[in-house]
Design a protein around this ligand. Structure first.
Ligand code: C5P
Length: 229
């Protein structure tokens, strides 16, 4: 598949501390990636006004992993929808009533995908245990009407088998070459991620800390386009 298709499947984790740094990184990356992921650090520091600035050029994944009682999570999903983000997530550990409440509210925002975190890719539990838990949580999310899950590359193909090929898989824990794995445990390179059925690759430090972030993003897209699928 072409490089251009692949760059639209890269979500850069904007794990920086300030609006100035976030906007500078956005400008540096320009159209080398289709998505920017705003997580806890940046959203707590800068809030919704940054989202509207970043939305002008990229799709936004608001990665706040809501995990609370159903009513509170449903209200948070409504606020995310009002921000106009293209993807938001909850933690599947919140259970079925929470997932169903989130899903019900999200239907009012057809341009926003709602996905669930299964098992953090940094979790140190044995791989087999992580797979079983991720599969169970993916099924729960699917049954509750969510659009997909965040999982590791190692679980993506199994989840697609069980939940169907349209069920979105978003995979962090991407590393290539001799990059530092840092706190990630279940990692894979961009080509392998695509081969295992990952729809979107979340990439943070390998791009943010590269000498040239744009070049690193292009390298990832090139590796993805070499996938044999
Ligand atoms: O720097 P790195 O590529 O490890 O960043 C991964 C990003 O994906 C971080 O923003 C992290 O919060 C997020 N994430 C994750 N594992 C999950 C869900 C989200 O690493 N299960």
């Amino acid at each position: 598949m072409s490089h251009d298709t692949m760059k639209d499947r890269i979500m850069v984790a904007l794990d920086v501390n300030s609006q100035a740094e976030a906007l500078a990184m956005r400008d540096t990356l320009a159209d080398s990636v289709g998505w920017l992921k705003v997580g806890l650090r940046l959203f707590v520091a800068e809030g919704p006004s940054l989202i509207s600035k970043l939305s002008k050029t990229h799709n936004i994944f608001l990665d706040l992993k809501f995990h609370d009682i159903p009513n509170t999570v449903a209200q948070a999903i409504e606020s995310a929808g009002a921000l106009g983000v293209q993807m938001v997530n909850v933690h599947a550990g919140g259970g079925k009533p929470m997932l169903e409440a989130a899903s019900k509210v999200a239907k009012a925002f057809p341009n926003m995908k709602l996905i669930a975190v299964t098992v953090l890719t940094s979790d140190t539990m044995p791989k087999e245990q992580a797979l079983q838990l991720a599969l169970a949580r993916a099924k729960l999310a699917k049954d509750a009407g969510l659009d997909g899950v965040v999982c590791s590359v190692h679980e993506a193909a199994h989840i697609k088998e069980v939940c169907g090929s349209d069920f979105i898989t978003v995979t962090p824990g991407i590393r290539w070459g001799n990059q530092n794995t840092q706190d990630q445990q279940r990692i894979a390179d961009p080509k392998t991620a695509v081969e295992h059925g990952s729809d979107y690759l979340v990439i943070g430090r390998p791009i943010l800390q590269a000498d040239s972030p744009k070049q690193a993003a292009e390298e990832a897209a090139n590796m993805m386009s070499q996938a044999k699928i």
